[in-house]
Write a new protein. Structure first.
Length: 77
């Protein structure tokens, strides 16, 4: 993982732990649910640390996808 991806991953896991714990890896679409949480984490991160900046300038689509898939893989273990 690259630095931005690690930052997003840690922020998401730390700030949205309860939401992530409520997502079952056996539900119909756990990746979709995780992506929703990661997207919320991006906007919360932007609100807390990057006032007025466009989220896409901070976290790329690839960063978003890699973090969501890593969280899913950890939940599937």
């Amino acid at each position: 993982m690259e630095a931005k991806q690690k930052e997003l991953y840690i922020f998401t896991v730390d700030h949205f732990e309860d939401r992530l714990n409520n997502i079952s890896p056996t539900c119909v679409s756990p990746l979709c649910a995780i992506r929703h949480v990661v997207r919320e984490a991006i906007y919360k991160y932007m609100e807390d640390y990057c006032c007025g900046e466009d989220p896409i300038n901070v976290f790329s689509q690839e960063d978003f996808e890699i973090v969501a898939r890593r969280i899913l893989s950890e939940k599937s273990k």
